[in-house]
Design a protein around this ligand. Sequence first.
Ligand code: IYR
Length: 219
Amino acid sequence: MTQPEFVPLTDRYDPGAPPADAARGFYEMMDKRRTVREFSSRDVSKDTIEWIVRTASSAPSGANKQPWRFVCVRDPETKRQIRAAAEEEERAFYERRASDEWLKDLEPLGTDPNKPFLEAAPWLIIVFKLTRNDDGGSVYYINESIGLACGFLLAAAHAAGLATLTHTPSPMGFLSELLERPEYERPFLLIPVGYPADEVLIPKAALNKKPLDEVMVVK
Ligand code: IYR
């Protein structure tokens, strides 16, 4: 067995404030994040998207295998094809596949099968999970790992002043074909990224977050 190599943790992040103040500051920033479904056509540079993906890819993962791929689409024709295919799946969802309870739960959000944001947003980041690594090696805790990376991605986009939407057309298989991904990559989440539209409205129901004493238990 080879001995693992260890190095000192030198590059420590210093928030420059006591932990409670720094944590509160971060909360106040993140609490302003809202999912939007209407995007401005204002462009976002590739450079910006690269920084956001770097942040996502810095997330922890099982055995540090980083089982993810971020396919970043800005080509209008590809976005058009994604929208057409997603709307077809969504129509089937809203008309047949969804249970009555599910449809009722979606009512306050005002969603429907029309997904204009898939063309309006300057970028679509389609996150794929790797079921094995590019070298054929195993990956571990795939869902946990990719969920963490997506959380980092949403936070990074928000910190850059950009809006995101976590979109999950179901089933998502069409994305593998359209984006010509290999069999061992599976679509996980489709995230439009851009500026919110000028007069954007958000569903009031989305502002209703559980209070701390409901989500936190201290022992
Ligand atoms: N995928 C559908 C339905 C949908 C499901 C959930 I759970 C949401 O939080 C929002 C929408 C759609 O995108 O409309």
